[in-house]
Ligand binder design. Sequence first.
Ligand code: ADP
Ligand code: MG
Length: 261
Amino acid sequence: MSQSLLQVKGVTRIFESAKQAPVQALTPIHLNVEKNDFVTILGPSGCGKSTLLRIVAGLDTPSSGQLYLNQAPITGPSADRGMVFQSYTLFPWLTVAENIRYGLTEKGMNAKQQQEICQYYLNQVGLKDFADHYPRQLSGGMQQRTAIARALANSPKMLLMDEPFGALDNQTRVMMQELLLNIWEKEKTTVMFVTHDIDEAIFMANRVVIFSARPGRIKTELASPFEHPRHYTLKTTPEFMALKSQITEEIRQEMLDAFSA
Ligand code: ADP
Ligand code: MG
């Protein structure tokens, strides 16, 4: 039997503090992610999405439960999981190309190979004319494209994205969704993508995992069955809108329950 690339088994997270009552951010989460899948984690703000992603990244540890990547326990951060966060995390003192090559330099890869990989991803994200620019000279969308290129250049087993387009204006966001899907259609990098945006969750995913309000647990999971390549006009088709209204209802009910609890 083939095993999933990522296995999350009964993971919980309770934040303890001396002054306040403990916060249970995640109740037991069971989740498998298969190789080449694109999974979105959708849920209202504060439901534990970032907490789960940080635990998968190895930046935080669960209060109980286990996680395995390729059957090996996750014990900390590693280059096999590339992260892209909402806020810009590029090194401001490095150029776009140097940012993209950063992990490869760290690994001691030879300069020619680094150059090839960097060039390839600069092209993929449409930044070949900006290789020598510094992050401060770029728009928000361009900075996020650089962050995506930097993560992909390391050939991670998984790409972990936490509301990566959350700080962008709507037009740029839509463009970035298409750009990332376009890359995924070619490379089939396994992606776990956190968002609170229902359109985005359906448009990007093969599977939408819906979280309940805090304490976070997986409420339900739905397939996003639309063919690739996807074009932004998909969002206005009746099939897309039907799935969107189904998910909107699920989340609304969830929030009403949370308010009245
Ligand atoms: P989301 O990403 O879905 O908005 P988070 O995972 O950031 O939610 O947070 C889930 C819950 O855990 C929230 O109630 C938040 O206040 C709490 N939380 C997150 N990180 C910490 C922390 N470091 N210390 C205490 N509480 C935290
Ligand atoms: Mg979050």
